[in-house]
Ligand binder design. Structure first.
Ligand SMILES: Nc1nc2c(ncn2[C@@H]2O[C@H](COP(=O)(O)OP(=O)(O)OP(=O)(O)O)[C@@H](O)[C@H]2O)c(=O)[nH]1
Length: 786
């Protein structure tokens, strides 16, 4: 029965087989092994051959070992117990030798002739590492089955060389050193540091390297070769007894065959016997002969390895568990493999579709699990488009910047026709404001486009690793959702366009927030008054300076100041002075409260014009004079005064009347909450004749009316467009996406094509599956022993 130790080593060998056979050396699972290191020609290959008891390693001058050789020695008892061993027994009975070697790269081919093994190692080395003297890190795996070996796993590495020879690369030493360090740095490696006894131990490259990775010498075992070549009168007793160099696992001395022995075909059996005799009869070593020589080395290595495996097994188990967890997670990202059969194609497609649709919806709703923290995405980006991009571009529109004073004057003149006008022409306002509303179209369209683009972007990011396995399905899903979005783009754009068209269709000057003619007039007057007040104050200051202010003159100037007018209706106040002076198109800023307070003194009736005209008898002359020009108040005044107080401000009758009188109804309420921006001075075209005072007044009035009305429409459109987009494009797409995907793609005849698996991902997934299976097996193997 195999000992516990044999079981352990068998376990590691099985693991090693498993790992190398299925994954290769980059398995992530570092298994216990003995790594042989030493400088070139220190005797590494000789030690290995001695341990195996057979000649099988390449020999020659210079660097011979150029690829790592992972050598698994497997002890097989002579008593046949299983098929393999029975074969061996059969072969023996047929006169063949029982021992054989097998390479991983030629699985199934057994080498009974060990010189053929040597040739194969040479050929395989040349195949990968080339025929020059370069080295390669990819290992050669060789198993040797023999009843004469103790189970061991050894790795032979290229020897350290200081000076490149022949066509060796100049950095050969560095390359070799790195390769050796890569193997011996693994905590599961036992370092077999080979040093020739005929050189000073302080120069041993093997020990220097070992110390780099195992400073305390816990897993380094020293081997002293060439004890027979030491100078006469010297010996290595001090080293072998551990007094020169501290290594926990100690030093073991060996004597291999010399070059001469090899050339003389001295058999290994003879060599081992000669070695045993050397120690038994050597005056210095005979007392410790039982702790010297190849056989003792092999036994020690076996025990050390066993012990090492026992210590490392819990770590290996833990590592296996970690690797299994990681691989399982990776496998899961490829989807549920239970859905792989033909009968599962439908459910699989349905599942992938549903996930895609849910991910699309979640991205919009902001409930997606992998929300980016780097940039705005999905629903948040849509909000950003509405709020910032669209909102700002709407606010940035100047309602009248494209209308020059002359444009407005021409519109006024055209809308007046052949008759002289009495009131501020409403038709001119109507004519001018409608095209201005069109200014809202480009930002609204852009908003639709931006949201559409964002939705397209979202649908491109809805996939996951599982879906990327099926590139055709993914492309189709994106295509169907893109089509759906494109279909909605037209109706949504049209709707948004019609929202603006609706606003142009009917200009509701009766809107509660509309400034109205009275408001506009009041604001123009207030601006003018403010300006005059400033001018008067300045004039007064100047007069004070020169000190020539006459009392009567001073009094009249003071009377022109604002406090005197506080109780009078605003428009009247303005006109009492405005009629005799020229009105500058430049106006001061009028804030809402000041307008409100100005209007507070006025009746709340919508027909303020008539009311104020009637109540402010004293000042109406000048006011009407201004409005009616040279013709005087005659007909128009009569019209205004007969207008019934109870009639709706902008009803059909009123409209007719307004048309007749070319007058815009005044509405005090429209003042409340309306901000009137300061209008910039309109540069006068030198080619055009200068505007009359009345024209200036009228154009300014129209400009203010347009701005006021435009602001109302702008507010409505800014509110409506995002709602329309959400309803017609975003929410609709969310609602129908799942249905649309199913209707378009869930068809038996598409399944095969849709589930075409990407070759690269398939290879990755299969590799992952193999890895997982290997780890599972490895875990079973490890669990069997521990
Ligand atoms: N006399 C004597 N010669 C030895 C001993 N060990 C190795 N040699 C000789 O030293 C030479 C080099 O031995 P190898 O075993 O090839 O050394 P190596 O370290 O494997 O060499 P590389 O793989 O080329 O780095 C050979 O000619 C061996 O015969 C020993 O203990 N005694």
């Amino acid at each position: 029965m195999a000992s516990l130790g044999e079981d352990l080593l068998g376990t590691v060998n099985k693991l090693q087989d498993l790992v190398f056979n299925t994954i290769g050396s980059d398995s992530g699972l570092d298994l216990p092994q003995i790594v042989v290191v030493g400088s070139q020609s220190s005797g590494k290959s000789s030690v290995l051959e001695n341990i195996v008891g057979r000649d099988f390693l390449p020999r020659g001058s210079g660097i011979v070992t150029r690829r790592p050789l992972v050598l698994q020695l497997i002890n097989i008892p002579t008593n046949p117990e299983n098929g393999e061993k029975k074969d061996a027994a059969e072969r023996e009975s047929e006169g063949q030798q029982q021992e054989f070697g097998e390479f991983l790269h030629q699985l199934g081919r057994r080498y009974y002739d060990f010189s053929e093994i040597r040739r194969e190692i040479e050929a395989e080395t040349a195949r990968i590492a080339g025929s020059n003297k370069g080295i390669n890190r990819s290992p050669i795996n060789l198993k040797i089955y023999s009843p004469h070996v103790l189970s061991l796993t050894l790795v032979d590495l290229p020897g350290l060389t200081k000076i490149p020879i022949g066509d060796q690369p100049t950095d050969i030493e560095k390359q070799t050193r790195n390769l050796i360090l890569e193997y011996i740095a693994k905590p599961n490696s036992i370092i077999l540091a080979v040093s020739p006894a005929n050189q000073d131990l302080v120069n041993s490259e093997a020990l220097k390297l070992a110390r780099q990775v195992d400073a305390q010498g816990k897993r380094t075992i020293g081997v002293l070769t060439k004890l027979d070549l030491m100078d006469h009168g010297t010996n290595a007793l001090e080293i072998l007894s551990g007094r020169v160099y501290p290594l926990k696992l100690g030093f073991i001395g060996v004597v291999n065959r010399s070059q001469q022995d090899i050339q003389g075909n001295k058999s290994l059996g003879e060599a081992l016997k000669a070695e045993a005799d050397f120690f038994r009869y050597h005056p210095a070593y005979r007392n410790m002969a039982h702790r010297c020589g190849t056989q003792f080395l092999a036994k020690s290595l076996n025990q050390i390895l066993m012990q090492h495996i026992r210590e490392r097994l819990p770590d290996i188990k833990a590592r296996l568990n970690t690797l299994m967890g990681q691989t399982e997670q990776e496998l899961m990202s490829y989807g549920d493999m239970h859905f792989n059969g033909k009968e599962h194609r439908g459910p699989l497609i349905l599942q992938l579709m549903t996930r895609f649709a849910s991910s699309f919806i979640a991205s919009i709703d902001g409930t997606s699990s992998d929300i980016s923290t780097k940039e705005l995405c999905g629903g948040a980006r849509i909000y950003y488009i509405f709020n910032s991009v669209f909102g700002n571009s709407m606010n940035a529109i100047d309602p009248t910047s494209n209308l020059s004073v002359m444009d407005i004057r021409t519109a006024i003149r055209n809308s007046t026709g052949p008759r002289p006008s009495l009131f501020v022409p409403e038709l001119a306002f109507d004519l001018l404001v409608k095209p201005q509303i069109r200014l809202l179209e480009p930002p609204a369209h852009r908003c639709v486009e931006l949201v559409y683009e964002e939705l397209i972007k979202i649908c491109h990011t809805c996939g996951n690793t599982e879906l990327s396995r099926f590139p055709r399905l993914q492309a189709k899903l994106i295509e169907v959702v893109s089509n759906l979005l494109r279909e909605r783009l037209g109706p949504c754009s049209q709707y948004v366009e019609s929202l603006i068209a609706i606003q142009r269709a009917y200009v509701n000057t009766n809107h509660p927030n509309f400034l109205g003619a009275a408001g506009a007039m009041s604001s123009v007057m207030s601006s003018k008054q403010e300006k005059e007040r400033r001018e008067a104050a300045m004039e007064r200051r100047q007069r004070r300076k020169v000190g020539t202010i006459a009392a009567s003159v001073a009094g009249s100037v003071v009377n022109g100041e604002a406090p005197d007018f506080e109780d009078a209706p605003q428009e009247v106040m303005g006109h009492t002075r405005a009629h005799s002076r020229s009105l500058s198109p430049t106006t001061g800023l009028i804030d809402a409260p000041s307008i409100t307070s100005a209007m507070n003194g006025r009746p709340s009736s919508p027909h303020v014009f008539a009311n104020s005209a009637a109540s402010a008898n004293k000042s109406s002359d000048s006011f009407l004079q201004y409005f009616f020009g040279k013709e005087g108040p005659g007909q128009a005044q009569t019209n205004v005064q007969v207008r019934p107080m109870t009639e709706p401000a902008f009803g059909p009758n009123m409209r007719r009347m307004a048309q007749q009188t070319r007058e815009i109804p005044f509405d005090a309420r429209s003042m409340v909450g309306t901000t009137i921006e300061d209008e910039p001075a309109t540069p006068q075209d030198p080619a055009e004749p200068a505007l009359t005072e009345r024209e200036q007044m009228e154009t300014e009035l129209i400009r203010r009316l347009i701005t006021s009305y435009f602001n109302i429409v702008r507010e409505i459109i800014a509110d409506q467009v995002p709602k329309a987009i959400m309803h017609l494009l975003v929410n609709h797409s969310k609602d129908v996406v799942q249905n649309r995907l199913v209707t378009e793609l869930y068809r038996e005849e598409f399944f095969h094509d849709l589930l075409y698996e990407d070759d690269n991902i398939k290879a990755e997934r299969e590799k992952c599956e193999r890895l997982m299976e290997t780890y599972r097996q490895a875990a079973r193997i490890v669990n069997d022993v521990v």
